[in-house]
Design a binder for this molecule. Structure first.
Ligand code: FRU
Length: 515
């Protein structure tokens, strides 16, 4: 095979209409999330093509020499695509590929601590991992900076700023300013552990501590850390730190790739999780939410963090159907902490600005309806880009063993978002929604969810090839992609084995973010 020509995703029927996707080609993790001068920057792992070494890396729809793709937004909903920001150190066509730009973060160096600034603008500094395609992949950390709002980047001549200490997996630096200690902090994935380093100037780093927990997973690498502080929204005066850890191949249900979180304290050098952690805490219970990290400098930083993740899974990411682009980002979500009966938990809510995509007139509004098997309330609705807010009563009157929504219905196909009363689980079931994902054995993707005040609330975002469920105010979320027939557009409410009371239902058509 020779190198494929560049493609364009415009007009591709599987292209998300309101999730971020690249104009073409392969993407994975979000990188360098930073807000500066009215713009949110989203960089991302990107394979633009042009780096083929014979057959190797010939297909830009697959993972290859990693660049940082780039887009900016003023509202985190609409994106302007910009040229590639960071390229590998070696030239196109060279083998092996040296200094690929793996995942990392970006900060605004307000006080010019690194001494990189030449003009009056503070430098945006990207801190990222250099990785080679051969030779033990000695992963090491580098910096690059921009003084023109991220439009052009200069690689620091003194790279690497953190050389490899002999650890094969040593990557994905998340850097932030820690005001109480007056230093930069870097959280770095280092095998089955997160290392914490500190620095006065982004150039000289000191190893401060390690964070790991025994998950019984044979040393599988951790990836894509994040560490941030939030107030506990229902406990005035209380604050906690949250550590995010994306787990290689040891996700929910024993396999797959998912992101765990830990709640604890951080003193500028050491993260200590609250004990006991109890059951593992997952950022999202679906199969397609990985490598999620939060924005630095977000204007609402004090009480919330905005996170975006990669909407795919390393179990099948290169196999999923693709002709012009492959993989997308999740919706940005707002993270907050709440004290619950079993401890302090992360709540994920959809970004409020997404409401701006709603069509002026709702497709459906209903209140106090008894949903029975064979419910016809949504007959005639045929949609693939909608937001659905449905509130069900779970009380002594509920005779149904399960209830919810059947989406993307066609002959013999459907995507189910439902609640199982016996197991007290909300779930997404894509096993009859067209494409069979390799290694995903057709089981439902469930998440435990207790009723709150006798209610189960499902807030669902359906796009052309993905569904995101925020249940009970974001106590639990599920993100899954799917590929089904473009004309399978039917939808229905269902109740199995009896009735359930639907307290309210609102369905909004959502517009496209592609001009
Ligand atoms: C996670 C990851 C990162 C790495 C990047 C390479 O998805 O494996 O650890 O930096 O992807 O593209």
């Amino acid at each position: 095979m020779t190198a494929k020509a560049l493609t364009t995703a415009a007009g591709d029927p599987t292209r998300p209409q309101y999730h971020f996707s690249a104009p073409a080609n392969w993407i994975n993790d979000p990188n360098g999330l930073v807000y500066y001068d009215g713009e949110y920057h989203l960089f991302y792992q990107y394979h633009p093509g042009g780096y083929a070494v014979g057959e190797l890396y010939a297909d830009p729809l697959r993972w290859g020499p990693m660049h940082w793709g780039h887009a900016v937004s003023t509202d985190l909903v609409h994106w302007q695509h910009l040229p590639v920001a960071l390229t590998p150190d070696s030239a196109p066509g060279a083998a092996p590929v040296r200094g690929m730009a793996f995942s990392g973060s970006a900060v605004v160096d307000w006080n010019d601590s690194a001494g990189l600034r030449r003009g009056s603008e503070p430098a945006l500094v990207a801190i990222y991992t250099l990785a080679d395609s051969e030779g033990g992949e000695a992963q090491r950390q580098a910096i690059a900076w921009s003084e023109d709002r991220g439009r052009s980047w200069t690689k620091y001549a003194g790279n690497p700023v953190l050389p490899n200490p002999g650890i094969p997996d040593f990557r994905d630096p998340k850097v932030f300013w820690h005001a109480p200690s007056g230093r930069w902090v870097m959280v770095l994935a280092a095998g089955p552990c997160m290392q914490i380093h500190t620095s006065p100037d982004l150039r000289r780093w000191t190893h401060a501590s390690d964070f790991t927990v025994d998950q019984g997973i044979d040393g599988a690498p951790w990836e894509c850390p994040d560490l941030f502080e939030l107030p506990v929204e229902n406990a005035p005066g209380e604050r906690r730190w949250v550590m995010l850890v994306s787990m290689v191949g040891h996700g929910i249900l024993g396999g797959g790739w998912n992101t765990q979180y830990f709640v604890g304290d951080f003193d500028g050098e050491r993260f200590v999780p609250e004990a006991p952690q109890g059951p593992l805490l997952w950022l999202d219970h679906g199969r397609d939410h990985y490598a999620g990290v939060t924005w630095n400098e977000h204007p609402g930083n004090d009480h919330e963090r905005v996170l975006i993740g990669w909407m795919s899974n390393w179990g099948y990411e290169q196999a999923v159907p693709a002709t012009t682009f492959r993989n997308a980002m999740t919706l940005p979500r707002v993270l907050r902490l709440r004290r619950c009966a079993d401890g302090i938990r992360l709540f994920s809510r959809p970004l409020p600005a997404l409401a701006g995509l709603r069509a002026p007139v709702p497709l459906c509004h209903a209140a106090d309806v008894r949903v029975t098997p064979g419910c016809t309330l949504l007959d005639g609705l045929r949609e693939d880009c909608v937001e659905i807010v449905a509130e069900f009563a779970l009380d002594a009157d509920t005779g149904a063993t399960g209830f919810g929504l059947r989406l993307r219905q066609g002959p013999g196909t459907e995507l189910v978002v439902g609640y199982d009363v016996a197991t007290a689980e909300v779930f997404v079931d894509r096993s009859r929604a067209g494409y069979a994902f390799p290694g995903d054995d057709g089981r439902r993707h469930p998440a435990p969810l207790a009723a709150e005040d006798g209610r189960i609330r499902l807030h669902v975002f359906l796009d052309r090839a993905s569904v995101e469920v925020f249940a009970n105010d974001g106590a639990v979320t599920l993100t899954d992609s799917f590929f089904t027939a473009p004309d399978a557009l039917g939808m229905a409410l269902y109740a199995d084995g009896g009735e359930v009371r639907l307290l309210s239902l609102d369905i909004h058509a959502l517009g496209s973010i592609h001009g």
